[in-house]
Write a protein of this length. Structure first.
Length: 397
């Protein structure tokens, strides 16, 4: 297998994604276009449920549903007993974060790139328990400061919680190096990998995180309403369970209960089995291509997009940092981001608008109310990037 995705492979991958024939899709950081096989997996399962019965269909597909956990574990180099399948990354993150036994005076360390949902969590524990949050700002080059992180750690530090790839910027933070610092100081480490999984190789052993949250709909190309939570085996028993049912606590008497001894203690019994199967198929699809190859392709396309955008008079690219990802953010002189999105949509080009609140600290620091967010994936092409840039140039005339 070639280290680089070949032109023939790209054609085949596009042929397996019917949406690429109709749209130029640069909203992969919102929701990627799923491969046809993922859609078919979900639809076929639902159709079978309709004629065979829900529980009966689940029983028939028991092994395939179970294999979803094994595939996810392979994706991030974990044990399948460390995986819980949930509805989205916010649910996963909330189960982990709110399971921590915070006390008054505890400290959380985060970065300026943190996502809105996570910031709300920090504010909530500040108001509820008196927990302080310390923000490590990026330096002048847009890079996360590891020395500032180490200096910020104190005996009160309960948690390091960071987002690997932010919602409204193309930069990335050094998650492996952060993990080394967290382990050195015996501090819990929660990583939001919402935009990372399926785009960038993720190895939880190398990263050293205790908990990791992921959604399916973005770079994994899974159905909406899917995601997963990784919790390291040694940490599972230290987190409070926010919800329990007969699945998470299989042993119950009138005197007490015993929770599961794996990460599925964070799940509830009832969930959409068709979507779980679709998530597994999407992960399998990514693994078959190779996430390292995907990441190489994404970087090539994103770098090309930034270069072509920067060459257009009136376009400002806003991405910072030494390491950048498939999210490209920019603005047009004299045009609101929403108007740019609307004009591109008329030409069958999908982009998104990154709002200030989504990455509040970073956006406020850089005086950005909103940005246009164009996020590439491996099935995009250079020709599609050129087409978007041509339309932007026309808008500026």
């Amino acid at each position: 297998m070639s280290a680089i995705l070949t032109e023939q492979e790209i054609k085949q991958l596009r042929a397996e994604t019917k949406g690429t024939a109709k749209k130029i899709h640069f909203n992969n950081a919102g929701a990627s276009m799923p491969p046809d096989v993922v859609v078919d997996t979900v639809v076929n399962y639902l159709q079978e449920e309709a004629v065979e019965g829900g529980y009966e269909t689940e029983s028939k597909y028991k092994d395939q549903l179970e294999n979803t956990y094994a595939l996810i574990a392979k994706l991030i180099n974990a044990d399948k007993g460390e995986i819980a399948v949930v509805e989205n990354a916010s649910t996963a993150w909330g189960l982990a974060f709110n399971g921590i036994d915070f006390k008054e005076g505890d400290e959380i360390i985060t970065s300026e790139m943190e996502y809105i949902t996570n910031l709300i969590g920090f504010i909530n524990v500040q108001k509820t328990y008196g927990v302080e949050t310390k923000v490590i700002p990026n330096d002048e080059q847009g890079n996360f400061s590891l020395s500032a992180l180490e200096a910020a750690i104190s005996p009160k530090t309960k948690l390091i919680a960071v987002t690997h790839i932010p919602s409204t910027a193309g930069g990335m933070i050094p998650i492996v190096e952060i993990g080394k610092i967290a382990r050195k100081h015996h501090v819990l480490y929660l990583l939001d990998a919402c935009q990372s999984a399926g785009q960038v190789p993720i190895d939880v052993q190398e990263i050293g995180c205790d908990m990791l949250s992921v959604t399916g709909r973005k770079y994994l190309r899974a159905p909406r309403g899917t995601g997963f939570l990784y919790v390291r085996k040694e940490v599972q028993g230290k987190l409070k369970l926010l919800f329990m049912d007969g699945f998470s606590t299989p042993s119950v008497s009138m005197d007490g209960y015993q929770v599961r001894n794996d990460a599925r203690r964070f799940e509830l019994y009832e969930k959409n089995r068709a979507l779980t199967l679709g998530l597994g198929k999407a992960v399998e699809y990514a693994l078959t291509i190779g996430v390292d190859r995907i990441w190489q392709r994404v970087q090539v396309l994103a770098n090309s997009m930034r270069r072509l955008l920067a060459a257009i008079d009136g376009v400002t690219v806003h991405d910072f940092g030494a390491e950048q990802c498939g999210i490209v953010t920019y603005s047009l002189r004299g045009m609101e981001s929403g108007a740019v999105k609307g004009k591109l949509a008329e030409k069958q080009i999908n982009v998104s608008v990154g709002l200030a609140k989504s990455t509040l600290i970073y956006m406020n620091k850089n005086h950005l109310a909103s940005v246009v967010r164009a996020s590439v994936h491996y099935y995009n092409t250079e020709e599609e990037i050129e087409a978007m840039c041509r339309e932007l140039a026309l808008l500026l005339k």
